[in-house]
Design a protein around this ligand. Structure first.
Ligand SMILES: Cc1cc2nc3c(=O)[nH]c(=O)nc-3n(C[C@H](O)[C@H](O)[C@H](O)COP(=O)(O)OP(=O)(O)OC[C@H]3O[C@@H](n4cnc5c(N)ncnc54)[C@H](O)[C@@H]3O)c2cc1C
Length: 307
């Protein structure tokens, strides 16, 4: 196995998961951090490259990663398939003349060559892709691999990048909410189409906050405009793997399951005892969600909170 280069977005746990993939592949590993960041000196790798970039600028980031590939001699580049990663990976592949294998859910070393799998045709099939010789840029879905808390003491090397005048950030707008994102939540209470309105989702937020978590949604609920797309869980949304996932009025379509079946405990609340969600549920509740969610919330409000 040749040299591996892991691309790190600061404060992105999904990026740290790439070290687990690198370990699975078994090659010597370098990393590049997409910003100046204190974490660079303790990453579990041989050499850690960094460069200065206040916010993600695609051309500058591509330039930096291309330089790191050249200096390190990496033949495999691992990038988490976050929004930034999905933008960056094809640029790097085009710039360096490498192959792009996108959105993988498994990556393994099969007798010295890399084999990846990724869902295709809306999650109905899984494609196995054999990486070729030469440079491979691989993006891996967040939460497909566990993160690592291993640390190291790499040689730190700063890469000089040129700012490209074609890109500038003219304005940054806050999303207007401090609500935790689904990718990082330990507990997710998700709502489906029967939620019926954005207002009805307030009851899920109340329950989620009592449990220290946040709210997710099925694509049907997002398409209806009840929740923003950032809350969508599933194949075309975010893949999550929380400690607890409560699916409220979610049928369990294969595309939804693809995004949450890695959750440790799944509670399904559904009026239809034959709903597919029950096949993956740890606990199934055949009941109207508008009856159970308020009852659960009330029970939690009356329970003594842990100190
Ligand atoms: C290419 C492609 C990608 C997709 N990507 C995604 C994705 O990323 N995420 C995603 O979620 N979907 C995705 N979908 C859509 C997916 O196929 C389903 O259409 C969608 O997940 C259905 O959402 P739902 O379960 O909320 O709604 P429905 O299918 O309408 O199911 C509602 C469920 O709620 C139950 N119910 C109704 N009323 C109540 C009540 N009062 N209390 C309790 N239960 C009740 C019903 O029995 C039913 O099981 C994708 C589809 C395609 C083709």
């Amino acid at each position: 196995m040749g040299k591996i280069l892991v691309v790190i977005e600061p404060n992105q746990d999904a990026s740290m998961q790439m070290f687990t993939v690198a370990k699975e592949l078994g090659g010597e590993t370098d990393a590049i951090v997409m910003n100046d960041c204190e974490c660079v000196s303790i990453l579990p790798c041989s050499t850690a490259y960094n460069f200065s970039m206040d916010m993600y600028l695609p051309l500058q980031a591509t330039d930096a990663v291309a330089k790191a590939i050249e200096i390190s001699g990496a033949t495999t580049v691992l990038i988490a398939a976050t929004q930034v990663g999905r933008d960056l990976a094809p640029r790097v592949a085009a710039r360096c003349g490498g192959s792009l294998i996108g959105d993988c859910t498994t990556v393994s070393n099969e007798s010295g060559s890399i084999q990846c799998t990724r869902p295709v045709y809306g999650g109905k099939f899984v494609a196995t892709i054999q990486a070729g010789d030469g440079l491979n840029i691989i993006t891996v879905r967040p939460n497909a691999f566990a993160s690592t808390d291993e640390t190291g003491s790499p040689t730190v090397q700063t890469i000089e990048t040129n700012h490209d005048d074609r890109e500038t950030i003219s304005a940054v707008e806050e999303s207007g909410t401090n609500e935790m994102g689904v990718a990082d939540a330990d507990v997710i209470v998700s709502g489906g189409r029967p939620m019926g309105s954005e207002e009805n989702f307030a009851s899920l937020y109340e329950l989620a906050h009592l449990l220290g978590g946040t709210v997710g949604a099925s694509r049907a609920a997002v398409d209806e405009g009840y929740q923003p797309v950032a809350r969508q869980v599933g194949l075309t949304g975010t893949v999550v793997a929380p400690r607890l996932y409560i699916a409220c009025g979610i049928d369990g379509a294969i595309q939804h399951l693809a995004g949450m079946r890695g959750s440790q405990v799944i509670v399904a609340i559904n009026t239809n005892p034959d709903a597919p969600i029950f096949k993956v549920a740890t606990y199934g509740c055949v009941i109207d969600l508008f009856e159970l969610v308020p009852a659960l919330t009330k029970q939690l409000q009356q329970s003594p909170q842990p100190a």
